[in-house]
Design a protein around this ligand. Structure first.
Ligand code: PEP
Length: 251
């Protein structure tokens, strides 16, 4: 049985006071319940304080990106061990904004996944097709390429530390959402690929979140889809009023 996992990607939003207040509100709401894994993914500069605020609660803290190198002359970058050092549990890699705005390649994402696991961070690996790729019938080709590259250096014994997030690029921040049927098809396809890359047991235990304009009004129907194990939420994770109902739908 896969436990649902809901993560809020705050992107480059929220000032310090608002971020800490939101973290505290979520902590109070989640309490000690463990029927859903809840996580927040704050901007780098708020990570340490948010992690301190959530210490001792079941909420997990993730980073939005990291460097593929351990240390050195990489101005502007942050290493996995630095993130681990401020209380991060995991890192989101391959987010569509990293792939399409910052032109990160599959090879770079593959290297970051390996480095994150070596640095003691779990990984949320994002994948998804653009609207042009979907219209060209290339959705499966694209997510297969992204999955194969992203997990190229991940061993079977490590896969429990990886969560996938299927996020169609055309649905991120646009208000457009994949239909439950569209999400279900791709989730099923990804799980089938995991059988080939690993085995049946790994595929059955692999958690695959859906992401792309998830909000309180559509969370229930997406969460009800067989094979959708929760959500990676952007815009609707910025306020407790929107994020808490999404957490509650996943339970
Ligand atoms: C995201 O940033 O991963 C995301 C899914 O954003 P939004 O929910 O705003 O579409």
């Amino acid at each position: 049985m896969r436990k649902p996992t809901i993560a809020g990607n705050w992107k480059m939003n929220l000032d310090r006071a608002t971020a800490l207040t939101l973290a505290r509100t979520l902590r109070e709401h989640v309490g000690t319940r463990d029927d859903v894994d809840v996580a927040v993914v704050p901007p780098f500069v708020w990570l340490a304080e948010v992690a301190a605020e959530l210490e001792g609660s079941p909420l997990r803290v993730g980073a939005q990106n990291m460097c593929a190198h351990t240390e050195g002359a990489f101005t502007g970058e942050v290493s996995g061990s630095m993130l681990k050092g401020v209380g991060c549990h995991f890192v989101v890699l391959g987010h569509s904004e990293r792939r399409h705005v910052y032109h990160e390649t599959d090879a770079e994402i593959d290297a970051k996944v390996r480095r994150a696991l070596d640095d003691g961070l779990d990984v949320t690996l994002c994948l998804g097709e653009t609207i042009e790729e979907r219209q060209a019938g290339a959705t499966e080709t694209v997510v297969r390429r992204q999955l194969t590259a992203g997990l190229a250096q991940v061993g079977k014994d490590e896969i429990a530390r990886v969560t996938l997030a299927y996020e169609p690029v055309w649905a991120i921040g646009t208000g457009l959402t994949a239909t439950p049927a569209q999400a279900g098809e791709v989730h099923q396809y990804l799980r089938g690929l995991a059988v080939g890359l690993f085995d049946d047991a790994v595929a059955a235990s692999l958690r695959i979140q859906y992401g792309g304009s998830v909000k309180p009004s559509n969370a229930a129907e997406l969460m009800a889809v067989d094979g959708v194990d929760g959500a990676l939420v952007g815009g609707a994770s910025l306020t407790a009023d929107d994020f808490i109902p999404i957490i509650d739908f996943a339970r």
